[in-house]
Design a protein around this ligand. Structure first.
Ligand code: F6R
Length: 590
């Protein structure tokens, strides 16, 4: 959460900085701010999305070749202009943007107030410029003051700092929040994530925790917290900024759903690498998945697959709950971390704990992200940049990796063959758009939705409900089909649409009967079924006919209907599906 950018250029920096920070708006959009250095610190900020603030105060109209900017996802302090970053010291000589949380900010703030510092915001961040000011007033230079300051901070932080008295450099710091360096022809860059700088350069240095950077126009120095120099490799990024643009679609979310057939193909091409990795997994007699949100739902499908296809005891633990379940880990347990961003704080924390006792595998989308550098083994999901806050194509790419993993672990050729057909079949789902638009129109006023599925398709129900909540603000609940009669059936009436996931297979009859029980209580039913299913034809209200595939493969296709359904309900409700309120793409706080 929160995105930061900094650049030191051979030209006016603000236009580049604002274009770059726009690429990070998925990380937070509560407020935006920019600061540059000339013979003074120039500052502009406001609450709201970048375009809204820009149209009021013209953010690019600010001089200086060096600058920093921030988009905020509020943690401490309301999303107001006062709380927007950058934050300054008392005399506006130092300016800081921060992603992360300073856990001991209350004590530091009290101490600084006692010493006469004047605070202008409610944020945890503001203690940082005041501490740097304090140490500079005591005679330390800029770098040493930053070093002394970070020794006093407890928590997570990626920082970019400018000083009026040091007008040729930005100091960056990384500790438990993401930060990368871009090395370009017109100067150098700092950013929370690669898409921010791809228009300027594809040469990237990935930073580790506890590193300090001095960024100048023609050079970048990286050192540890004791200021010992560190040599780092420059990585060339192979995807370009266009791949992170909307490409003619109204929203990133729709574009990303349309990319799914290609993403499935690209991820399937990792099959050989996955086959090689699983050769090392023969000794494990227990598997534990750890993840959050959508990645958690992908993990649940992994659990069903491994238990049913390979017979290894498997469990799935939410990363934020992991600390209560890690006591029984041992060297015969493989712990698999699933994460799109590779930067989710809960997942990183769990990985650090798991590593002490067990071998770890990370299934990650963002190359070079923090988790890829912590895990023993890494599989990349090959979905490319996902900009919309709601995960769509990355979920499918995670599922493909999990299916490949299971197929190779179980040497299951039949499953591998079934996977080969999935990309082509997924194209068919995209033809449901018009029908789904009609369903979205009909149900946009619903207050609650139920999604039911059984076995492999129960996690699809959970993921469908999560997508609905995230981008339509309608309450959606995913339930195992057989469990509804144990309580929630009491809620069912003609105001609640129920989505039934009903692919052919051993679970079909039971789920079909559960849907009849619901129908008998007056609910409207939307069925996702196979195109040759004649039983549902005349009984149900709305049917989305899908390719004829067995229930074990259905999670790879049926979710596309549910992603499109949520997308079109959000459009009907005039909500921007790419930027749902209160959410951020990368959740870098616990
Ligand atoms: C939902 C969504 C979130 C993420 C969750 C974990 O659409 O995107 O629920 O899945 O925040 O994020 P990663 O996968 O980056 O660890």
């Amino acid at each position: 959460m929160c995105g930061i950018v900094g650049c030191v250029l051979n030209k006016k920096a603000a236009p580049t900085i604002i274009d770059s920070i726009k690429k990070l708006e998925y990380r937070g959009y509560d407020s935006i701010g920019i600061a540059t250095v000339t013979d003074t610190i120039n500052l502009k900020k406001g609450s709201g999305k970048i375009n809204e603030v820009d149209s009021e105060i013209n953010l690019k109209d600010i001089d200086g070749n060096i600058g920093i900017a921030h988009v905020r996802w509020a943690t401490h302090g309301n999303p107001t202009k006062e709380n927007a970053h950058p934050h300054c010291d008392c005399k506006n000589n130092i300016s800081v943007v921060h992603n992360g949380i300073i856990e001991n900010y209350k004590e530091l703030r009290q101490e600084l107030i006692k010493e006469g510092h004047i605070f202008k915001s409610d944020t945890d961040t503001e203690v940082i410029p005041h501490l740097i000011e304090k140490y500079m007033m005591e005679g330390q230079d800029f770098l040493t003051s930053v070093q002394t300051t970070i020794k006093r901070l407890v928590g997570s932080y990626a920082l970019a700092i400018i000083s009026k008295d040091n007008p040729h450099e930005i100091i960056g710091v990384r500790n438990e929040s993401p930060l990368i360096v871009g090395v370009g022809e017109n100067g150098n860059y700092l950013a929370s994530d690669v898409p921010a700088i791809l228009n300027e350069t594809n040469k990237v240095i990935y930073l580790e925790d506890k590193e300090i950077i001095i960024l100048k126009q023609d050079n970048v120095q990286i050192m540890d917290f004791d200021l010992n120099p560190i040599k780092k490799e420059i990585t060339t990024i192979t995807w370009n900024s266009e791949m992170a643009e909307k490409g003619g679609f109204e929203h990133f979310m729709l574009k990303e759903i349309y990319e799914e057939p290609q993403v499935i193909k690209d991820t399937l091409s990792e099959s050989k690498k996955i086959q090689e990795i699983v050769q090392k997994f023969k000794k494990f007699n227990r598997i534990c998945f750890v993840a959050c949100g959508t990645s958690y739902h992908a993990s649940l499908i992994g659990e069903y697959l491994i238990e049913s296809q390979i017979g290894i005891p498997t469990e799935v633990i939410l990363a934020s709950e992991f600390e209560y379940f890690n006591k029984t880990l041992d060297d015969h347990t493989l712990v698999i971390f699933i994460t799109q961003s590779g930067e989710t704080a809960d997942t990183i924390k769990a990985l650090k704990v798991a590593k002490e006792k067990s071998e770890t595998l990370a299934i990650v989308n963002v190359v070079g992200s923090s988790i890829t550098r912590e895990a023993d083994h890494v599989i990349y999901t090959r979905a490319g940049p996902e900009i919309s806050v709601a995960a769509t194509k990355t979920y499918l790419s995670q599922l493909i990796c999990i299916y490949l993993l299971v197929a190779h672990m179980g040497e299951n050729q039949e499953l591998l063959h079934k996977l080969d057909e999935i990309s082509d079949l997924s194209e068919e789902l995209l033809t449901h758009e018009e029908q789904i638009k009609e369903i979205a129109k009909k149900y946009k006023f619903a207050k609650d939705f139920f999604y039911i599925g059984r076995g492999f398709n129960y996690p699809t129900a959970l993921e469908g409900a999560l997508k609905l909540k995230e981008i339509t603000y309608i309450h959606g609940e995913g339930y195992p089909a057989g469990e509804l009669k144990h309580g929630p059936l009491a809620l069912i009436d003609d105001n609640i649409p129920v989505v039934g996931i009903l692919p052919p297979g051993p679970s079909y009859n039971k789920t079909y009967n559960n849907l009849q029980e619901i129908r008998a209580r007056g609910a409207d039913i939307i069925i996702l079924g196979a195109s040759n299913d004649t039983q549902i034809d005349d009984v149900e209200d709305k049917i989305l006919f899908n390719p004829i595939i067995d229930e074990i493969i259905a999670p790879l296709l049926y979710i596309i209907d549910l992603q499109l359904l949520s997308y079109y309900i959000s459009i009907e409700k005039n909500i921007d599906p790419d930027k749902p309120k209160n959410l951020a793409k990368s959740v870098t706080v616990e």
